[in-house]
Design a protein around this ligand. Sequence first.
Ligand code: LP5
Ligand code: MN
Length: 256
Amino acid sequence: MNKLSLSGTVWVASDIHLGEETPKTARAFYRFLESACDQADALILCGDIFDAWIGDDHAQTDPPDWLAEALTQFRQTASRIPLWIGRGNRDFLMGPDLAELLGARLLPDRVVLSTAAGDMLLSHGDEYCTDDLAYQRFRRIVRTAWVQKAFLGLGLPTRRRIAAWARRRSKAGRAGKSMHIMDANPKAVIDALRKAGCDTAIHGHTHRPATQTLQTPGGPVTRIVLPDWDYEHEPARAGWLSLDAQGAHLIQDTRF
Ligand code: LP5
Ligand code: MN
């Protein structure tokens, strides 16, 4: 299991879904980045930073205005504090070229995060949604090397069209799935914790922020779920997790 040891105060955020259609969310999130630089010793973004990521070359060659702005903001952040970027179910194609462009580091898909608050298992969280069989099938396909290679071999306009289509399909599909199916399966979380030797899991993805205790034969374990960011709709949603010697603090706050 990958391990990441970080000292001081570590902030973790997830599911910002930056894109062309999220200008208000982006502005608020860039104010959050500014605060992270002032108040945290490291920042981890654990997936779905972007609404859809169609390949690192999109950022390298003539990015659209919204993306150019995002790249500038992330570069500024990474020049002040260590910045870790993790892949989610929408930006699983983020790769080392993007990390290098930003001066950031790529977070492994599943990692034991060791901070002053203790050892905690960190991931995006989509892998825990094991009851969502259609999603898990989709996940297996798009995480296959040759599928990714074929997709990345297409021109950017075609990739953009496929991504927009996948997002539309996903949104329409969600309407027909129960909240239960789209939530993390507690057994999947408990199994992952046992394998990792941790008693706390941190993840995003479900957009249902909570600190939850799960009972297991080996004793209680904790699941901390990060909120998503959305300032385009009322009421706005945002938040992050702060890890320090005092423990883990889940902050749900739209002050930015
Ligand atoms: O993201 P969200 O919150 O809407 O829903 C997720 C699951 N959906 C997804 C799909 C993403 O939103 C689409 C991301 C686009 C990325 C750009 C690259 C695209 C191609 C890359 C090829 C290598 O993750 C949703 C879950 C929900 O979370 C809750 O957990 O239910 O799952 C689905 O919607 C899966 C569907 O049930 C089936 C997916 C149909 C889309 C088919 C697109 C195929 C494109 C393949 C191209 C080769
Ligand atoms: Mn997600």
